[in-house]
Write a protein that binds this ligand. Structure first.
Ligand code: SAH
Ligand code: SF4
Length: 351
C-alpha cells in the first residue's frame, strides 16, 4: 500500500474531499507532513480526532525502522541504517559542516550498476525505493534537526542506488521536497549523482531542472572505465560526454564530475591528462575523492601527494577540481558500507 508521502497534493485533496472534508483540510495535512515533519496523524492537533483516526487507518507512514544509528567520533556525521517494510536495508547519512546540514540519501536498495569499488554495487540490485521511502529519509532528519533548531540545508542522492535508474520515483520525490507549500528546500540544494546513464541524462537535460547533476566519471579512457564500471560498456565515453555537453547546453548549468582516486589505478598522470583533454573548456568542476576502501575490492586510496599531483595536472588543462575529505570513515559512512558491516556481524538482513 502506498504511504502518505506517495500522494501528491491533488491526490491528498481528492482523498480528503472524498471523506466529506472541507478543502482547507488538505492544506492543513500537507503542512503537518512537510512543514512540521509530523511523525504521525496523532500530532496533527488542529484536525478533528475522528479524522486523525480515519487517516491513520487509511494512509500509513512508510514502514521503515532504524536498525542501526551511528555517530562518528567527531560527532559531525551520523548514519542511519533503515529496515524497510519488506526487510531490505538502506542507509542515510547526515553530515554537519560549518552551517551546512547535508543529507546523503538512497534511491534504491542495492544497485544494478556493479561498480567494482562500491559496497552497494557489490551487493547487486534488490529493488527501487518508493517515492515515500525516499522522502521519509529526509523528513526523519528534518524532525531530528528541528528539535535542535536546525534544518536540512542540502540533499545529495549519493547513498545507495542509481537515482536515474529509478527515474520516476526519484524525481517525484525531488519535486515533493522542493514544493514551496511543503518542505520547501531550494531546487539548487538537491544534487543528483549518476553513474552516467546516457538516455536518462538527456531526459533530465530536456526537463531543464534546476537540481544540480554530478556524473561519476572515475576514468577518462573506455578501457579503464569499463574495468571500474561494468555498465559503462553500454555507453562509450564519447556518448557520455556528448550527453554531458547536451545537459550543460540545455540547462546552462555547471556539471560536476566525481572521481574516486584509486592508487595506481585511475590516479596516474596518463589518466589525469586524458581527463584534462576530455573535459577542457567544459563548464564543469571535478571532485576528487580518495577511495573509501570496501571489503569486496582490493584497491587502496591515493595518497595526499598523488591526489595533489592529479589536481595539478588537471589545472594544466584549465580544469578546476577540489580534493574532498573522506568523512565518517569510522562509521562506514561510505555508500553501502554500514549495511555490509551489519551483515558481517551476523545481525541479519532479511534479504
Ligand atoms: N549511483 C550514483 C550515486 C550513488 S554513489 C553514482 O554512482 O553516482 C555516490 C558516489 O560515491 C559516486 O560518485 C560513487 O562513484 C562514489 N563511490 C561509491 N563507492 C565509493 C568508494 N568506495 N569510495 C569512494 N567513492 C565511492
Ligand atoms: Fe551503483 Fe553508484 Fe555504487 Fe556504481 S557507485 S554501484 S552506480 S551506487
Amino acid at each position: 500500500m502506498n504511504s502518505v508521502y506517495d500522494l501528491d497534493f491533488a491526490a491528498l485533496t481528492g482523498l480528503l474531499t472524498g471523506l466529506g472534508q472541507p478543502k482547507f483540510r488538505a492544506r492543513q495535512v500537507w503542512e503537518w507532513l512537510y512543514q512540521q515533519a509530523a511523525p504521525d496523524f496523532a500530532h496533527m492537533s488542529n484536525l478533528p480526532k475522528d479524522l486523525r483516526e480515519t487517516l491513520a487507518a487509511k494512509l500509513p507512514f512508510p514502514q521503515m525502522t532504524t536498525a542501526a544509528d551511528q555517530l562518528s567520533r567527531d560527532g559531525q556525521t551520523k548514519k542511519v541504517l533503515w529496515r524497510l517494510g519488506d526487510g531490505r536495508f538502506i542507509e542515510t547519512v547526515l553530515m554537519r559542516y560549518h552551517k551546512r546540514r547535508t543529507l546523503c540519501i538512497s534511491s534504491q536498495a542495492g544497485c544494478a550498476m556493479g561498480c567494482v569499488f562500491c559496497a552497494t554495487g557489490q551487493m547487486g540490485f534488490l529493488r527501487h525505493l518508493t517515492v515515500g521511502e525516499i522522502v521519509a529519509q529526509v523528513l526523519h532528519f528534518a524532525r531530528e534537526l528541528a528539535a535542535e533548531g536546525e534544518r536540512v540545508t542540502n540533499v545529495v542522492l549519493m547513498g545507495m542506488g542509481e537515482p536515474l535508474h529509478n527515474y520516476e520515483n526519484t524525481l517525484t520525490a525531488v519535486d515533493r521536497l522542493i514544493d514551496g507549500d511543503g518542505f520547501n528546500i531550494g531546487a539548487r540544494k538537491i544534487t543528483l549523482s549518476t553513474v552516467g546513464l546516457v538516455p536518462a541524462i538527456r531526459r533530465y537535460a530536456d526537463e531543464k531542472r534546476q537540481t544540480p547533476l554530478a556524473v561519476s566519471l572515475h576514468a577518462a579512457t573506455d578501457a579503464e572505465r569499463n574495468r571500474l564500471i561494468p555498465t559503462a560498456r553500454k555507453w562509450p565515453l564519447a556518448e557520455l560526454m556528448a550527453a554531458c555537453r547536451y545537459y550543460i547546453a540545455q540547462t546552462g548549468r555547471r556539471l560536476t564530475f566525481e572521481w574516486a582516486l584509486i592508487n595506481g589505478e585511475n590516479d596516474t598522470t596518463e589518466q589525469a591528462q586524458a581527463l584534462g583533454r576530455l573535459i577542457q573548456g567544459m563548464m564543469c568542476h571535478v571532485n576528487l575523492i580518495p577511495l573509501n576502501p570496501t571489503q569486496g575490492y582490493g584497491g587502496v586510496p591515493s595518497s595526499r601527494e598523488r591526489a595533489a599531483q592529479f589536481q595539478e595536472t588537471l589545472a594544466q588543462y584549465g580544469v578546476t577540481s577540489t580534493i574532498r575529505l573522506r568523512r565518517g570513515i569510522d562509521i562506514q559512512a561510505g555508500c553501502g558500507q554500514l549495511r555490509q558491516r551489519f551483515e558481517d556481524e551476523g545481525l541479519g538482513t532479511g534479504t
